[in-house]
Structures are given as C-alpha cells and as structure tokens.
Design a protein around this ligand. Structure first.
Ligand code: ADP
Length: 459
C-alpha cells in the first residue's frame, strides 16, 4: 500500500506539471500568432503616419481612414512627447503614458498581452519615424473575447483530462496494490510456516509474473531444505547407530571384566578388544569429521599437480599391508598429465580406493594402480581381483555407512564412509568416479579428472 501512495503522489505531480505545461503551450501558441499580426498592423500604421507632412488630429484621422479596417479595439497615435494626436475611442486624454507607448518611444516595437476574465487583451506599440527622426508612436489594443473563450475551453479540457487520468491512476494503483499485497502476504505466510520447519508447504501462484517466479523459487528452496533436512536426520541416525555398536561392545566387555572373576589372559584379551573398538570409534569420528568438512565446502587452494608422485606415495604407504595380506600391488604409469586439484584430496581418494582393493581382496590376489590419459582427462584405474560387489549393491557403495558385507567390513576396520568421502572429494575437484565389478572376479574403480594442459610457449 505504501508504494501505491508514493506512486499516486508521484503520478499526481507529473500530471499537474503536464497540465501546466499544456496550458502554457496553448497560451504560447496564441501569443506567437497575435504578436506577429499586431506588430505588423502597428508597423503598417506607423508607415502611414510617417508619410504625413504635418502630424495633427486631422491629418492623423485622414491617415487612419486610409488604412481601412484594422480590426482593433483601440488605436492611439501620439507625437514624440506622448501627447495624444488621435484616439479611436475619442477620449479627452491629453497624454498617453501607457507602458507600451513609453517603451516604443525609446525606439522599440512592443507587444504585451494579458488573459483575464475569459478575454485576451493584447497591446502593440511601434515608434513613428520621419526622415530618421522620431516623430511619434502608434499604439493598438485588441480585446478578444473569442480567443479568450477558446483558450479557456482548451484549458478546461486539459484540466478535465488530467482529473480523469488522476482518478484512473488512483483506482488502478489501489486495485493493483491490493492484489499485489495479497499475493505477497501469501508468500510471506508460507515462508513463515517453512521457517518453522514444515517443508510440506507448496505455493501455487497463478500467472507468469515476478511473483509467480518468486513462488516457484520458494518452492524449489523448500524442496532443497526438505532434502537436506532428510539427509541430515538420516546422517544423525546412521551415525548414532554406527557409534552405538562399538560403544555397546566396550560397555559389554568392561562389564564382563568387572563382574566375572577372570584369569589375567582373558582380561588382557578383553582389554585388547576394548582398545580395538576404541580405535574403530576414533577412525570413524575422524572420517565423519572429514566428510562433514568436505560437505561444508571447506576447500583449500587448488594447485596444478602431476599424479605420479601421489600415486607413488600411496603405493609406498600401502605396499607393506598388501604384502602382509599376500596381495601383489603394481603401479603402472602409462601416461601422466597435469591436473588442477587439491593434492591432499588426490592422496585421500587414491589411498581409500587402494586400501579397499587390499581389504576386499583374496590372499594371492592382485591389485593394479594404473595411470593413463585420454584427450581431455587423466584416468586412474584401481583394479583388484578380490571378492567383487554384487550387482544390486553397486549403486549403494558410495552411500554413507553402506557396507556390502558388514561382518567383513567391520573385521577389516571398515566404517562404510570411505567411498562416500571419495565420491565427495572427486566431485568437488570436477572429477568423475565409476565402478565395475563381478562377484568372485574383482572390482575396478575408474576415476577421471580434467587434464589441465598449459600451451607450451614456443621460443
Ligand atoms: P568400508 O569402510 O566399509 O570399506 P567404504 O565406503 O570404503 O566402506 O566401502 C563401502 C563398501 O563397499 C564396503 O563395505 C565394501 O563392501 C564395498 N567395497 C568397497 N570397495 C570394494 C572393493 N574394492 N571390492 C569389493 N567391495 C568393495
């Protein structure tokens, strides 16, 4: 509503200005036409008078008679001192000290006009010269009620149009403001409900204007909030469920130690189990932290790196464990290329995938870490000859806390978070990840990153 009032005030001011301007134009048009014709008549009369040998009332009257009908309301001829020689109204005025005459005596052609009481009163005066010497002045006055009426009706029309426009603007503004504010109030009410956590609300707004667009944006936002709220609550329930298991084991083991009369060896065994569970909790909390850091987009600085050194570092780190599990780990560098990414992310991605390739392998199995490139991408393949992933599980392995074989994963210290971290890291570095697997044959993870080739400068 406030905007409607402002709009009405501004429009009213504009309309008043337009009104004044139009009235001004109509008067100006009149002025221009009158000015030219009156001065012309005055100059004509001045020429007639200047031809006179002697300027006296008789000769002046004769000259006026010769001029024919001038169609003016009053004609005055004065001598150079302003004394009236001829007055068409026949008044007994001896000197005509009208302002137009005074200025004409100074050698000017003068025109003035006045609009009053529905009539135009226009006056003109020009000097009379005889052989270059000022001998008098001719003054004419026209009192025109017809032109006045014309201007009056013109101004009346302009005023009527202005008032009609003003009323239309006021009505339109209020109607528009009413509809507009009702729609805004609907959006605000829905947003208030959403703010309180009810994400089931959907705004339906007709039309294709900005408000309809805003409503659809609000709907999209609500949908996103709903999804992230669902994700959040899933995450919390999954995380607490996962943390509950090792905590319950620790509690059970410690209770057993306290309640039973155990020999030292069993106590040591139980305490070792408690330590293992505590390690698992520690690993899990670290992975959860790193996952939430990735998801909250706490990015570091990307840099241009080659992949080989990082792949070699992972190989060095994990070759001991591979050997211990009787798995042959082989690094194949077919072709390297520069990529733009966080080196720590690259290390973490490759480490998790190679570690899984060892964890889910079979004794005597093989694990190949291969680097190659195609036209636009660096390609890292991690191929193992392990247990493989069942077809129906392949689509889930990147989900948080998902484990195909819970017992196996738990035994090998798995948390079900490794691949979720990998996928997040790959995606935040503009890469892609793909998995192929056959149960009993093995699994191949393919990770690609866009190559960052800098044109080599030619000398
Ligand atoms: P975890 O910590 O349990 O290893 P991940 O997120 O790394 O969790 O992996 C999720 C699940 O995907 C694992 O529990 C495992 O069942 C399966 N998986 C991952 N990598 C492989 C692999 N190379 N071979 C077979 N199964 C795998």
């Amino acid at each position: 509503m406030r905007y409607a009032v402002v709009y009405i005030i501004v429009t009213s001011i504009v309309l008043v200005i337009v009104n004044l301007y139009c009235s001004g134009i109509s008067q100006r048009l009149f002025y221009q036409s009158k000015h030219a014709s009156m001065i012309e008549k005055c100059l004509l009369a001045s020429a007639e008078v200047s031809d006179l040998e002697v300027l006296n009332p008789d000769t002046a009257a004769t000259a006026v008679a010769q001029m024919g009908s001038l169609k003016v309301s009053r004609l005055i001829i004065t001598d150079q001192s302003g004394a009236v020689i001829y007055d068409s109204l026949g008044t007994s005025m001896s000197h005509a000290l009208l302002p137009e005459i005074v200025r004409a005596m100074e050698g000017n052609n003068v025109f003035s006009w006045q609009y009053r009481d529905g009539a135009m009163r226009s006056c003109a005066a020009t000097p009379v010269y005889s052989y270059g010497v000022l001998t008098g002045c001719v003054y004419m006055m026209e009192y025109d009620t017809q032109q006045g009426a014309l201007i009056q009706s013109l101004q009346q029309n302009i005023l009527t149009i202005t008032i009609i426009l003003e009323v239309a603007v006021i009505l339109f503004s209020f109607a528009f403001a009413l509809v507009f504010s009702r729609r805004i109030r609907r959006i605000m009410a829905t947003m208030r409900v959403i703010q309180e956590g009810d994400y089931t609300q959907t705004l339906i707004m007709d039309g294709s204007d900005e408000l309809a667009f805003l409503a659809s944006e609000v709907n999209d936002l609500t949908e996103q909030l709903k999804i992230s709220e669902e994700k959040r609550s899933h995450f919390v329930s999954d995380a607490s469920h996962e943390l509950k298991t090792p905590l319950a084991s620790i509690k059970l083991l410690s209770d057993s130690i306290l309640q039973n009369d155990m020999d030292m060896e069993t106590v040591r065994e139980f305490v070792t189990d408690i330590g293992n569970e505590a390690d698992r909790l520690n690993r899990m909390s670290q992975k959860l932290l790193s996952l939430s850091r990735i998801e909250s987009q706490q990015d570091g600085d990307c840099e241009i790196i080659h992949l080989t050194p990082t792949l070699q570092r992972v190989e060095r780190m994990l070759s001991g464990i591979a050997e211990k599990n009787n798995i042959t780990l082989k690094l194949e560098i077919l072709q390297d290329c520069p990529i733009l990414m966080l080196e720590d992310d690259l290390y973490q991605i490759i480490f998790n995938l190679v570690e899984n390739g060892i964890k889910y392998n079979v004794p005597g199995g093989k694990l190949t870490l291969r680097l190659s490139r195609d036209k636009d991408n660096a390609i890292v393949k991690i191929i193992d000859t392990g247990v493989g992933i069942p077809k129906d599980a392949i689509g889930h392995v990147f989900e948080r806390f998902y484990r195909v074989d819970k017992a196996r994963s738990r035994k090998s210290g798995g948390s079900g978070l490794g691949l979720a971290i990998v996928r997040n890291m790959v995606e935040r570095n503009q890469g892609t990840i793909h998995v192929d697997s056959t149960v009993g044959v093995g699994t191949a993870f393919t990770v690609t990153f866009p190559a960052f080739d800098i044109e080599e400068e030619t000398p």
